[in-house]
Design a protein around this ligand. Structure first.
Ligand code: CTP
Length: 397
């Protein structure tokens, strides 16, 4: 059965020369059983007409926000959409969407959409490479929208470069993959994810920290959101932006992370603890900046709580997943943590291996389970590893 069968696809067409390709996109999706609603912007009607789509789809095509004042069309179309596909997306549409503007039917509808959104930008190369457009596209990505990279070639304006709308078939395939990956398998489940590193403050200026950037935990949180989970992301130090759709709690110290995690723990279905937690802190943090003096300077560190161990002790039905960052004896040390912290499985990685560990976009990991089962994950993007981790969490649930 086609992924499109019975699915409501909202196709937004904006005013670019490639708008004619959207007719074929609509037709292909319809042939596979998709129920396509089309919204044309005013600009799009300079290139294609509502009639062209109406003929192909045999259903009403929308242009005007104010056409039927008795019914909020924008809300109805947004609510029933299983997927929103914007092809082609002009620079203007992208700028408006990135800033939440709502001055016509399509942009207003966009604000009410809850389904995945796929955007296919198409424009002149210079417009595409303009820093403002790049920034707007990045903003859409950070909001969780999926961007189909524009193709390269001779553009309608005669220029050569990136900016072409890919062929309808490629766009349909991209939309298909988003639809099929959008299995809301964690719908109704509450998942706590920790990320980043906690720090040990010394005084108002200085701290002891670690090299964690939060990439692994943020990838897990993003994947859990896309599977429909109710996600609480508790993150230590990280420059990454909040995960759209998750409740992001930012903390600094281990004690703050402990409080934030415990506050959410009782009704959680799973905890994935990828944070690099500082095991030691200062007995007393200086309230004023420490001034240098002659001679040695000794810092006395005391043990911080082991958050995951405490979660393991308090565990009821929660699935507990830990991480083990090691530089030697990976399996031995990770297995010890698996047992001592009462985990369901542990994701072990050697942070000294190239392509694994702190700050990289990739990771190499061993997933080790209570029954001795081991999954070896070769080098892959952290976002891919996040999928494997959540697949295992789901099957344990
Ligand atoms: N962890 C935690 N609280 C701590 C230390 C670690 O919750 N105070 C969690 C981490 O988030 C991770 C797992 O425990 O999921 C293992 O962390 P790691 O730093 O590898 O190991 P430690 O238990 O701290 O042991 P060691 O530093 O001796 O390797």
């Amino acid at each position: 059965m086609s992924e499109f069968e019975g699915k409501h696809i909202l196709l937004g067409v904006t005013g670019g020369i490639a708008a004619y390709k959207a007719i074929e996109i609509a037709s292909r999706i319809k042939k596979e059983g998709g129920l396509v609603d089309v919204i044309l912007t005013k600009g799009a009607t300079n290139f294609v007409t509502p009639l062209s789509f109406g003929e192909v789809l045999g259903r009403k095509v929308y242009v005007d926000l104010w056409e039927n004042q008795a019914e909020p069309v924008h809300i109805r179309l947004a609510e029933k959409a299983d997927l929103v596909l914007i092809a082609p997306a002009t620079a203007n549409f992208i700028a408006k969407t990135a800033n939440g503007m709502a001055d016509d039917l399509l942009s207003t509808t966009m604000l009410a959409v809850k389904s995945p959104i796929v955007v296919a930008p198409a424009m002149n190369t210079n417009m595409l490479n303009n820093p403002v457009t790049s920034e707007n596209i990045s903003k859409l990505k950070s909001l969780g929208m999926r961007i189909i990279p524009p193709a390269e070639g001779i553009l309608a304006c005669g220029a050569k470069g990136a900016g072409r709308l890919p062929e309808p078939m490629e766009i349909v395939e991209f939309a298909r993959s988003v639809l099929s990956n959008n299995k809301r398998t964690l719908s109704g489940k509450k998942i706590i994810v920790t990320a980043g590193g906690t720090i040990a403050p010394i005084d108002p200026v200085r701290f002891i920290g670690n090299r964690s950037t939060g990439k692994m935990g943020f990838a897990v949180a993003e994947e859990a959101v896309s599977r429909g989970a109710n996600v609480v992301l508790v993150t230590g130090v990280s420059h990454l932006k909040d995960v759209h759709g998750a409740k992001t709690v930012r903390v600094e110290t281990t004690e703050e992370m402990r409080t934030a995690v415990l506050a959410e723990y009782d009704n959680a279905d799973a905890v994935i603890k990828s944070a690099a937690v500082a095991d030691y802190g200062l007995e007393e943090v200086a309230t004023e900046k420490i001034k240098k003096k002659d001679g040695e300077f000794v810092l006395r560190l005391v043990r911080n709580p082991d958050i995951l161990k405490e979660l393991g002790e308090k565990k009821k039905n929660q699935i507990l997943v830990g991480f083990a960052a090691e530089t030697e004896k990976l399996a031995e040390y990770a297995n010890k943590k698996l047992v001592e912290k009462n985990l369901d499985f542990i994701v072990a990685n050697n942070v000294k291996s190239e392509g694994a560990g702190f700050g990289t976009d990739t990771n190499i990991a061993k997933l080790m389970f209570r029954d001795g089962r081991v999954i070896d994950a070769p080098i892959m993007e952290k976002s891919e590893l996040a999928k494997i981790i959540l697949d295992e969490v789901e099957s344990l649930m």
